[in-house]
Design a protein around this ligand. Structure first.
Ligand SMILES: Nc1nc2c(c(=O)[nH]1)N[C@H]1C(S)=C(S)[C@@H](COP(=O)(O)O)O[C@H]1N2
Ligand SMILES: [Mo]
Length: 247
């Protein structure tokens, strides 16, 4: 039996025989416990994450043909209009900086032009909000993995936290999603630049998870080994939502 099969079988058997709590302990032993497990979602949520990680670690989100692109992006909420954001917008985001810090070998500060020098790609994917609406768009950007390779992730790193110029908007993903080829730092949508409505100048796209993980107006990326170190400082970005929002 492969290690994966052994763990999957173990998880299923333990969940059936002695209950979800024991299975969650087993998941923890293999480093497969979601960081918010034990919260309102309890061991069931922990198991969803553990089994999804074992089964879908390398799967791809669906990509669509161009004729499936939605006529207009369904924008959630009003465009960001704080004075700080307006000033960046007025100068064409010339001074926008993306800070890369935490557990990296070479912390860096990149401009939008620096980011555009990385290899880029476009992908047509579905953005689905937990509130029930969705749209398909063509996002252009660079796979986050290229940026992370540039700064060098230290071996003990477990999560990538990304934060926004918009107050209280930040989220995080594990290394499987951070290094997944479809996870991108994007600057374009449907052939144009990202706007104040759609998250310009930089937006994370995590097409394997629900829309709230695709944070807009990104200005900082922090590599970390324990999310509690970050949440303790700034509260939770997803009140009432699960940390892992895989679809
Ligand atoms: N900075 C920031 N990022 C954000 C949000 C937000 O309000 N602010 N909303 C999130 C939610 S809940 C969803 S569903 C998607 C919505 O993306 P859209 O506005 O392109 O539809 O963005 C996510 N990223
Ligand atoms: Mo959402």
């Amino acid at each position: 039996m492969t290690r994966r099969k052994l763990i999957t079988t173990g998880l299923a058997a333990t969940a059936g025989a002695t209950g979800l709590v024991a299975a969650a302990k087993l998941a923890d032993q293999y480093g497969l416990l979601a960081p918010d497990s034990g919260g309102i979602y309890g061991p069931g949520e922990a198991l969803t994450y553990a089994s999804q990680r074992l089964i879908t670690r390398h799967t791809m989100a669906r990509e669509f043909p161009r004729d499936q692109i939605s006529k207009a992006p369904f924008v959630n909420g009003p465009p960001l209009a704080t004075p700080a954001y307006k000033a960046h917008e007025a100068s064409g985001f010339a001074d926008w900086k993306l800070t890369l810090d935490g557990m990296v070998a070479h912390p860096a500060t990149l401009s939008i032009d620096d980011i555009k020098r990385f290899p880029s790609r476009s992908q047509i994917t579905h953005l689905a909000c937990e509130e029930g609406w969705s749209y398909i768009g063509e996002w252009t950007g660079t796979p986050l993995l290229y940026i992370l390779n540039e700064v060098g992730i230290l071996p003990q790193a477990k999560y990538v936290v990304y934060s926004s110029l918009e107050k209280d908007w930040w989220d995080s993903i594990d290394m499987d999603d951070a290094l997944h080829p479809q996870t991108m730092l994007t600057w374009g949508l449907n052939g144009g630049a990202l706007t104040a409505a759609t998250g310009g100048p930089l937006r994370v796209r995590v097409p394997r998870q629900l829309g709230y993980k695709s944070v807009k107006y990104i200005n900082r990326i922090t590599v970390i080994d324990d999310l509690k170190k970050f949440t303790a400082a700034s509260g939770s970005p997803d009140p009432g939502y699960a940390w892992w929002a895989g679809i």
